[in-house]
Design a protein. Structure first.
Length: 494
């Protein structure tokens, strides 16, 4: 990129809200991309053309007349390419219709051939760039699904015209790494025997190739989605077996905190809550609380509402969630939960908990996900429980604070970077916004919950201030985008 030229970024991702989303990755990619576009950066998103794509969010959708030729199993596969506009962004959708319908499965993940699907997508991203003559300054990849892009770029596509593009790989969650056998590498034209060695793609724990490890080693820079998580994955079990790999690349590794879309989550303009409110009209939050109680069948009484809005999986601390519900109810609080599990065992546990509390007018457990109800819970609750075992960044705490709901959370990952304890933080009181605990134990959670409930009951003015502190903080993409622009400039030698 020469002086005066527009910075040109391509983002390759398996998710992008509202088109296709399974988790926080789906929120982070468009959040960062739109903020960069607002600053005059040229941003192009490349996604798989899933059959479940919410294409109503797109404008000017059209199919390119020339398919992209993607080498797979030694043969060129012609793949349909559709282009459209998503907000201010150009969006490229790459399909795979035959001989294997990789993206026509009715869901994003959970297929037995997920590794083959996304290895193919990684090759398709580079095939599209090469065939279309696109030579972006930065190719920004996300998680294991596109971690093979820098490997393929260095092994195949540098010599085919993409000599100058630099690669940034963002790790949203090291819990998923893409462990594959040699046949997956062969399918996309890589020399598995040469690459499946300890200093390249061989997984530290076994005999499989690790796509995420390959991306970490081959990318020009690697980052996680919060500074604290970046430390954790190098120096604790949060590295999920890749601690040594990440320590070895510490010269090109760091953490940049995710942001929150301030338009999607804004209590002053939220059409999904009955009574909008802001910092100056925080008293109106009480009317949302009344509607929440009526909607979920909770009795009207003078008690705080503790919320849980979460996927019910082991990462999120399901044992502690269940304990927290019981403890809060026993402590005189009201409790609402909105969440769903993929594991049948976890589903059954929370179904039993729901049955146990069904007669209780102070507890309501909603097993599933309802976007409108999520907004109402954030708007109407007083406290929110986030006892994650690990949390790369976390959006739940950012949303809750924006709606004047005080987090009770475990001090890990991005929670540690965004939440500051009301009692023991070294921050001034105006920046304190939560109740935190360190050990993933019922006892530690109980102490944090007790402190929060005591403040709500005995010092309502200070609790009100904690609400305001959370609402006032800037957790938009403004500051993260500046950090990414600095990173891109570093990679380009500016």
């Amino acid at each position: 990129m020469g002086s005066g030229q527009v910075l040109d970024i391509v983002m390759a991702s398996a998710e992008c809200a509202p088109l296709a989303k399974a988790g926080g990755l789906g929120d982070a990619v468009p959040g960062l991309a739109h903020e960069l576009a607002r600053r005059g950066v040229r941003v192009e998103l490349i996604l798989p053309d899933y059959d479940l794509l919410r294409s109503e969010a797109l404008r000017d959708l059209q199919t390119l007349s020339r398919p992209v030729q993607v080498m797979h199993r030694g043969q060129p596969w012609p793949c349909r390419v559709r282009v459209a506009t998503l907000g201010a962004l150009r969006c490229v959708l790459i399909g795979a219709d035959a001989p294997e319908t990789f993206f026509q499965r009715g869901r994003l993940y959970g297929e037995p051939d997920d590794a083959a699907r996304f290895a193919f997508f990684s090759r398709a991203v580079l095939a599209y760039l090469g065939q279309s003559g696109r030579h972006p300054d930065i190719i920004h990849c996300h998680d294991w699904q596109t971690a093979l892009v820098p490997v393929l770029l260095n092994e195949v596509y540098r010599a085919a015209g993409l000599a100058h593009s630099r690669v940034c790989l963002t790790l949203h969650n090291l819990g998923y790494q893409g462990l594959v056998g040699p046949e997956i590498l062969h399918q996309v034209g890589l020399d598995a025997e040469r690459l499946m060695v300890p200093e390249r793609l061989l997984d530290p724990q076994g005999q499989l190739a690790n796509l995420l490890k390959g991306g970490i080693l081959e990318a020009d820079f690697v980052n996680t989605v919060s500074p604290h998580y970046a430390w954790e994955v190098q120096h604790s079990e949060q590295g999920m077996g890749l601690q040594g790999v990440l320590q070895a690349v510490s010269h090109k590794f760091g953490g940049i905190l995710n942001g929150l879309d301030p338009e999607a989550w804004n209590p002053a303009t939220d059409s999904l809550i009955p009574v909008p409110f802001d910092q100056e009209h925080l008293a109106l939050k009480a009317r949302n609380r009344a509607v929440l109680r009526e909607r979920l069948g909770l009795r009207e009484r003078e008690a705080p509402i503790l919320a849980v809005v979460s996927r019910l999986d082991r990462q999120k601390g399901v044992e502690l969630i269940a304990h927290g519900i019981e403890r809060a109810q026993a402590s005189g609080a009201q409790v609402v939960l909105l969440g769903a599990a993929l594991e049948p065992e976890i589903t059954r546990r929370f179904e039993r908990l729901r049955e146990r509390f069904a007669p209780d007018p102070d507890v309501h457990l909603e097993l599933g996900y309802d976007e409108a109800l999520a907004h109402l819970i954030y708007a109407g609750s007083d406290l929110i429980l986030i006892p994650s075992l690990y949390e790369p960044c976390g959006l739940t705490q950012l949303i809750a604070m924006r709606y004047g709901t005080v987090p009770i959370a475990r001090r890990v990952g991005g929670l540690a970077d965004t939440l500051f304890d009301a009692n023991d933080s070294d921050r001034p009181f105006g920046e304190r916004n939560a109740y935190l605990f360190d050990d993933p134990t019922p006892g530690a959670l109980d102490q944090a919950l007790a402190r929060a409930l005591q403040l709500w009951r005995e010092y309502p003015h200070y609790f009100y201030q904690l609400r305001l502190n959370g609402m006032r903080a800037d957790h938009s993409w403004r500051l993260p985008a500046e950090d990414y622009l600095d990173l891109y400039a570093f990679l380009l030698g500016h």
